[in-house]
Design a protein around this ligand. Structure first.
Ligand SMILES: Nc1ncnc2c1ncn2[C@@H]1O[C@H](COP(=O)(O)OP(=O)(O)OP(=O)(O)O)[C@@H](O)[C@H]1O
Ligand SMILES: [Mg+2]
Length: 149
């Protein structure tokens, strides 16, 4: 589920498998600013506790938190030359779906979703670049694990 405002409020109540708000959409949802990792994680874990299996909070060039029941990772993109950030979140959602269909664990899921978004922000064409470059992008993502308590 990738939506905002009232749509996100309703969606959260239905506990979809995955949500991917950006940080501003998440702040609007909870009605408070989330200035640091502790604040973001606290909200994301509460949503996981309410039955959403994967909460992905994207933060533009700062990357994204991938919060799951038993693990959390922060995936940070390398510095890239950006052509357009339009649709970066949409590409990340496509990567989440692809990772789910492939049965990827959280770490690889974070890499693939971030690679899709990186492809989007650096690529000028329509669609995706060739799979070999997606693999190179996956390797270029910095993934840090966080403890889940
Ligand atoms: N300037 C950037 N440099 C590198 N990666 C970026 C940049 N902007 C976005 N990304 C990548 O795209 C992901 C999603 O971006 P963002 O948080 O802006 O999504 P969004 O606000 O939902 O975007 P949109 O709704 O326009 O599709 C980020 O987590 C990051 O991996
Ligand atoms: Mg978006």
């Amino acid at each position: 589920m990738d939506t905002s405002g009232v749509g996100l409020q309703h969606a959260v109540g239905a506990a979809p498998y995955v949500i991917k708000p950006n940080i501003h959409e998440l702040e609007l949802l909870v009605g408070q600013s989330l200035p640091n990792e502790t604040a973001i994680m606290s909200v994301a874990r509460e949503l996981v506790a309410r039955g959403i299996q994967l909460v992905v909070v994207s933060m533009g060039k700062e990357g994204a938190y991938f919060v799951h029941n038993d693990a959390t990772v922060l995936a940070r993109p390398p510095q890239v030359v950006v052509t357009s950030t339009v649709g970066a979140g949409d590409a990340m959602v496509a990567g989440l779906v692809a990772a789910h269909l492939r049965g990827f664990a959280l770490d690889a899921c974070a890499r693939l979703a971030t690679a899709f978004s990186l492809d989007r922000v650096t690529y000028t064409g329509v669609g995706l670049a060739i799979p070999t470059s997606i693999e190179q992008l996956m390797e270029a993502v910095y993934v840090e694990e966080r403890t889940n308590h």
